[in-house]
Design a protein around this ligand. Sequence first.
Ligand SMILES: Nc1ncnc2c1ncn2[C@@H]1O[C@H](COP(=O)(O)OP(=O)(O)OP(=O)(O)O)[C@@H](O)[C@H]1O
Ligand SMILES: Nc1ncnc2c1ncn2[C@@H]1O[C@H](COP(=O)(O)OP(=O)(O)OP(=O)(O)O)[C@@H](O)[C@H]1O
Ligand SMILES: [Mg+2]
Ligand SMILES: [Mg+2]
Lengths: 256, 256
Amino acid sequence: MHVICVASQKGGVGKTTISLNLGLALARAGHRTLLMELDAQGSLCLSLGLPDRARPGIAEVLTGAEHIGNVLLRTRDPQLHVLSVGRVDPTTVAGFEEALTRTGMLTGMLGKLESEFDIVLLDCPAGLGKVTSRALEAATHVLSPLQAEPLALRSVGQLLALVDRIRAEKNPRLTLIGIVLSMFDRQTPASLEVAETLWTRFPGGIILDSVIPRDEVFLEASLRGSPLLLMQKRPPPLARVFDQLANDVLDRLDTQ
Amino acid sequence: MHVICVASQKGGVGKTTISLNLGLALARAGHRTLLMELDAQGSLCLSLGLPDRARPGIAEVLTGAEHIGNVLLRTRDPQLHVLSVGRVDPTTVAGFEEALTRTGMLTGMLGKLESEFDIVLLDCPAGLGKVTSRALEAATHVLSPLQAEPLALRSVGQLLALVDRIRAEKNPRLTLIGIVLSMFDRQTPASLEVAETLWTRFPGGIILDSVIPRDEVFLEASLRGSPLLLMQKRPPPLARVFDQLANDVLDRLDTQ
Ligand SMILES: Nc1ncnc2c1ncn2[C@@H]1O[C@H](COP(=O)(O)OP(=O)(O)OP(=O)(O)O)[C@@H](O)[C@H]1O
Ligand SMILES: Nc1ncnc2c1ncn2[C@@H]1O[C@H](COP(=O)(O)OP(=O)(O)OP(=O)(O)O)[C@@H](O)[C@H]1O
Ligand SMILES: [Mg+2]
Ligand SMILES: [Mg+2]
């Protein structure tokens, strides 16, 4: 089972949106895929149209109220399941993060899923704090969305430094799949400049070929509560970007 | 001294951009203002054009290497100072957050600044974890940017729940200044829909009149490393939005 951590220090760069649409594209390609929502804000389930806090998930597994096997949610695609963050009281997020990051907790949960899934995507909260660190310790791979905006460019180096350290000290198998450029807008000079800097600064192979353009259709999808690929009978052309991203990722996972 | 916590659960909504430009507008209005960067990614200093990790700041105060009085950075405006997050090693962010959130640490630092500043803005990392909780415990007021996008709308209620709990249990003086709509784009239906929902869902007075439009000039400002207001001899019309926001905020602080 491959466990892909989707992380970035910068907030609002497309981690959840990419996790969701990539997960769906991997499922459509025939891989048993699980989306695991590690962010207490719960926007993965929101983007799937699941009502607010309705479903038990990780929070209930942490307290022992539920067994992980009983809280895996089905989606419209039989190969795609979701493990929601669960009912996290917004006033006790710090406590939830404390419980989630206890030694061995996340690894233990993933261990129970080993036979059921081929690929697990971990949707992380923004930042390089405890939750992201633990997720990197438990993962086999890491994918980092980079928003095509100047402030985000600086923080990508910080995540890569953390990945190197965790590989050296805690998780020798942790492999960087790469950086995926997100919210790229060729009409905006600042966005173009970020993309050019990225392509020249990082050696070949680290930047994935697939680029996610900035597009209003993502906002409409989250209003409607359904990921891009499922949105219409004829999914928008943008949905093909995620099929391509899935291919890029699979090539690097060597699971073809 | 008023201490305003700028916080949101959702990432990438404009916390740093608003802290910076609001801080500058408050300073121009004659108030001795300090920007305090609580987010380890350090994008406040980056937006001010200060080179990466060059300056000591909060991290050095926490280890005792520096006294807080020696690490306050001057800016081009004599009334505006910055306390940077300091040299935080990206591989030990969890440790930095642990030290910052020790009981009484933040309140102690703010206590030392009491006579020097009229207003302190706390630029928080995304999320409702330990850093934001401690900042709310130490603050007198809270301002929450809300990005005019559907996913962000849901998370604003979660922050308000945390604010209520912290006021009830830890900090009775904590007052909500309000919610400021950010990245509003009247051309995008999803953005308009969020704004309309916001104005109807929240009672009068909670939503500030000032609205920050989505505009490329913010990206250019962060490329150039200078806040909007300072960018040109004739600041862009957008800069006036922050003068208006400063007035809105000052009215609610009763410091006029
Ligand atoms: N390519 C895109 N074009 C336009 N909008 C996008 C795109 N990708 C995501 N969005 C929107 O941008 C916002 C941020 O995206 P998202 O929530 O996926 O980022 P995130 O990194 O998971 O944020 P957080 O740090 O809060 O977890 C959302 O409103 C989403 O709908
Ligand atoms: N009104 C705006 N219009 C367009 N772009 C904006 C606007 N405000 C901020 N930005 C840009 O959007 C991105 C996110 O803004 P910013 O970094 O201020 O948000 P944040 O909430 O502090 O993010 P984080 O959660 O990472 O701390 C940055 O690239 C910034 O330059
Ligand atoms: Mg997210
Ligand atoms: Mg910020």
